[in-house]
Ligand binder design. Structure first.
Ligand SMILES: CC(C)(COP(=O)(O)OP(=O)(O)OC[C@H]1O[C@@H](n2cnc3c(N)ncnc32)[C@H](O)[C@@H]1OP(=O)(O)O)[C@@H](O)C(=O)NCCC(=O)NCCS
Length: 189
């Protein structure tokens, strides 16, 4: 039986609002980030190719998704962060963790000029370490489209193992309206 303390932790589990890594700061998104996010990646169809959302057509869509982020932090499930450079505060992407009792899943996106520098891996490692450091979280997992090789590699570099293919698991509307096969990756303790 888990102790009362652990049960209370499950109910009130919130990750830190501010996380620093070697090169990055992860922080709670704000409406003031809309312009940077819209201009740097939210309207980029290369970036959204394997995602569940379509490129934003205007900044209002970005603002609306940021408003949802603020609401999410008031709840106990979804915790989105903007990924920023520590040295100048520039917003370069987003990462989020969703907590479901004893497990959590993650998702992330980076602006294209910042691909290939190990930044997504760096951001993800910090969230995986936080999650698996919690007494009540035993598993961190993620899904990625079977063709999203860069993302699969990021998940491996962050310590996850590929567990298998979930067939017809998720619609990635920028590729097709039909559900697509996804790999499931996880780290567990
Ligand atoms: C996926 C994504 C977050 C990766 O970010 P990143 O900061 O470039 O990732 P990293 O630099 O930490 O690592 C990328 C790894 O993938 C590898 N990689 C990149 N493109 C690849 C490809 N087409 N095929 C195989 N490997 C590839 C890189 O070589 C690197 O591995 P290595 O360090 O062993 O060389 C970024 O490309 C992105 O934002 N994509 C769009 C959004 C997205 O797909 N999010 C994930 C949804 S599941």
């Amino acid at each position: 039986m888990p102790s009362v303390g652990v049960l209370l932790d499950c109910v009130n589990m919130k990750p830190p609002e501010h996380i620093e890594t070697e090169r990055l700061v992860l922080r709670i998104p704000s409406l003031a980030d809309a312009e940077a996010i819209f201009n740097s990646y939210a309207q980029d169809s290369e970036v959204t190719r394997y995602l569940i959302w379509r490129p934003h057509r205007n900044i209002e869509e970005t603002k609306s998704s940021l408003a949802d982020c603020a609401v999410a932090w008031e709840g106990e499930v979804r915790f989105p962060y903007v990924i920023t450079f520590k040295e100048n505060g520039a917003v370069i992407g987003m990462i989020e963790i969703r907590i479901d009792d004893f497990k959590a899943d993650v998702g992330y996106v980076l602006s294209r000029p910042n691909w290939g520098k190990g930044l997504a891996t760096e951001a993800l490692r910090s969230l995986v370490a936080w999650a698996l450091g919690q007494e009540s979280i035993y598993r961190v997992w993620a899904l990625c489209d079977v063709e999203n090789l860069a993302s699969g590699r990021v998940l491996e570099k962050a310590g996850m193992q590929r567990e298998g293919v979930l067939r017809r698991q998720s619609v990635h509307p920028n590729i097709s309206d039909e559900p697509r096969d996804c790999y499931c990756y996880a780290a567990a303790r």
